[in-house]
Every structure is written in C-alpha cells, then in structure tokens.
Design a protein around this ligand. Structure first.
Ligand SMILES: [Zn+2]
Ligand SMILES: [Zn+2]
Length: 376
C-alpha cells in the first residue's frame, strides 16, 4: 500500500456556471477500519449538482459523487485482507453502529454520518484526499466517487455478487433505492393499496417500481411531461396523469375513488407537496421524498390532517438499510422483478463528466452513468 496519485473531478468554487476540474489528486492509504476502492462506475445525482451550483453549501474544495460501484483495492488496519478484490456498492449511510438511530436500524439518520458529512471528512475529522501542494480536499458524505479511487468506511462498501452490472448497481447508492425504499420501507405499501407518484424522474420512476413490487393498485404516475407516460407504464404504472393538461389532484382523486392511500412527492417542489396531500384519501399517507431548498415551507391544514387522521411523513433515501436492501434489490433484478437497466439513460467515460452534468440539468435523462475505464 502507498499513497496514490489519481485523477479526480474537483469542485472548487460552487456557483452558477461552474464546472468540475479534472486534475491530479493524492489519495492516502485507508486508515483503521477503512477500505480503498478502485471505482468502476459512478452515477450523477441532482444532489451533486446542488452542491456544484452552491444551492447546498459544502466545505470546499470537495470531490462530489455518491452513487458508485467498484472493487476493494486495499484495506486499513482492522479490516480482513480477504475483502481485497470484493465488488462493492458504496453508501453514504454506513452506520456508526452506536448512535440511537443506528441501534434502532435507521442508519439513514445516523448522527455520526451527519457530523462527518457536514464537515466533509472521514469519521476522524481528517481527509484522505490532498491537492498536490498537500492541502486537504473534502469528501462528500463519506463516499466521493467523481475520482478513480476513493477511501470509505469498511461498512460503507457493501459487497455485491461478482457478476453484478456496475452500471446498474451504482444506482442503488442513491436514486434507485431512494425511490424503491420509499415504497417498500418507509411507506410499506400493501397489495391493493392505491398509490399516486408525483414526478417521473429517476427517483419517481423508482417509486413506481417499488409500488409495483408491493402490488399497488391503481398505481398512478403524474408528470408534466407527456413523454414520461411510456416509461411510467413500463415501470408498472396503471394510469398516467399529464399535470400540464389537467388538475392532477382532481385526476388522482377520480382514478383512486376519493384519494390515494399513499401519495409520493418526488419533484422537490413545495406546491407539489401540497398537491400530494390534497390527492391523499382520508387516513392516507403523504410521503415527502423530493428535496427543495432547506428553508422552503409548504402549507398543510392541521384541522383536516387531524380530522382525517392523515399522515404526512418524510422518506430519506428510502429508509434504506444498505446491507439488507442492496442484496435484496439485486436479487429482484436478477429474477426480473426490478428493472435498473432502464433507469440508465446513457453510459459515458468519466472524462465527459461536465457534459454529462449539463445533460442531467436539462431533465431529459433519468440517470447518467460514467465509467472510469473509458469504455462506453
Ligand atoms: Zn443522490
Ligand atoms: Zn449512527
């Protein structure tokens, strides 16, 4: 083991119009209970772009990227050498194992993860990435995948089968699980429950797939883009509402006979969160997934929420428990019950990252995946 010189896409000055700068960075050896991973693929998530644009604040410079698949190249003290060579999917919710949320099996809420993520460091408040002048470069949420190699906590690298498609598996690191998990884990939709999903981007379409796995019926997809209908139906929607043509609240209430048992907000727009609530039936549940800016507020009527015994709940990363849910999702893929392949719009070489980000920003693609070996 030794420090390595790698190529990374570094975010220096977040703001409108900024791009990532591809340059040499030094990566340290993995420290205690950490692994170093040679990345094969990374997805691009809206959150990465929020950091790049300065919509969300992060210590900088930083190496963004948090949807990734790779191979463990080396291990730090305390991690069995037998892990070297494992194919892994990375997660930003590795579980510290001792905060009250991790103990309760809710590692998405881990207090130690939140602390390290805010600092842009590993658990020990230091970084494994350095500029050539020796100054530290920050991590993103204990993952950082816009680079050839990364260092992560050992339990943030979840083993997957060797034959797993790295282009598909990387999506479990964020977008796909955020949607699938919202239906399976957070909402726990039951067969025959009516569901309406507002927003048919990568996350919304994953909610549709999750709800299909739960045998939701009817399963309504809502979007302002007519071209999303075919995809939504392919992933299991029984109905499609074009919200640019009709009032989506009224349409969903009609299709579901008075409101859906579960509605999911997957756009990150506050007015759509309000629409979701209005399209939910009495005693139904409105699940908020999308992420507007931190201080955004939406309006809900307390009287009616009480009177109708409604629930308005949040779903962070689909309440995913990576060690349980990644292998489960990949089993479903293997048996044709889950389609990650169709979520991958295009696979490009890592060198085209800025072009890929620009394409994601147009909203025309579901998920862009980058490969580090240049093959695509
Ligand atoms: Zn993400
Ligand atoms: Zn914890």
């Amino acid at each position: 083991m030794a420090k390595k010189k790698i190529t990374a896409a570094v975010c220096d000055t977040p703001g409108e119009g900024d791009v990532l700068h591809l340059r040499n960075v030094v990566i340290d050896d993995p420290h205690e209970m950490e692994v170093r991973v040679k990345l094969i693929t990374t997805g691009i998530c809206r959150s990465d772009i929020h950091y790049l644009r300065g919509v969300w604040v992060h210590p900088k410079p930083v190496i963004l990227g948090h949807e990734a698949c790779g191979i463990i190249e080396s291990v730090g003290p305390g991690v069995p050498k037998s892990r070297i060579g494992e194919k892994v999917v990375l997660t930003f919710t590795p579980s510290c194992g001792h905060c009250k949320f991790c103990v309760a099996g809710r590692s998405v809420l881990c207090e130690e993860v939140a602390r390290a993520a805010a600092a842009g460091t590993m658990w020990d408040n230091t970084t494994r990435f350095f500029a050539e002048d020796g100054s530290p470069i920050h991590h993103l949420s204990l993952v950082s995948s816009f680079c050839e190699y990364t260092v992560v906590p050992h339990n943030g690298a979840i083993r997957v089968e060797d034959e797993t498609s790295p282009e598909q598996a990387c999506l479990l690191g964020c977008g796909a699980m955020a949607g699938i998990g919202a239906a399976l884990n957070t909402a726990q939709v039951r067969p025959g429950d009516s569901v309406a999903v507002f927003g048919c981007g990568g996350v919304g379409l994953s909610v549709v797939q999750g709800a299909k796995l739960c045998n939701a019926l009817p399963l309504v997809a809502v979007d302002v883009r007519a071209e999303k209908e075919a995809e939504a139906r392919q992933f299991g929607a029984t109905h499609f509402v074009n919200a640019s043509l009709v009032d989506p609240v009224q349409a969903v209430r009609e299709i579901t006979n008075g409101g859906a048992d579960f509605t999911f907000e997957a756009t990150g727009q506050t007015e759509i969160a309000e629409q979701c609530y209005k399209a939910t039936c009495r005693a139904g549940t409105t699940v908020l997934i999308g992420q507007p800016t931190e201080n955004a507020m939406a309006g809900f009527p307390p009287y009616w929420i009480a009177q109708d015994e409604n629930r308005v709940i949040g779903s962070s990363y689909g309440s995913t428990r990576p060690m349980i849910d990644f292998p489960k999702a990949l089993r479903l893929v293997k048996h044709g019950l889950l389609d990650l392949e169709s979520l991958v719009s295009e696979v490009w070489p890592f060198s085209r990252i800025n072009e890929a980000i620009a394409l994601v920003e147009t909203g025309r693609v579901n998920r862009m995946v980058l490969r580090f070996d240049g093959a695509a």
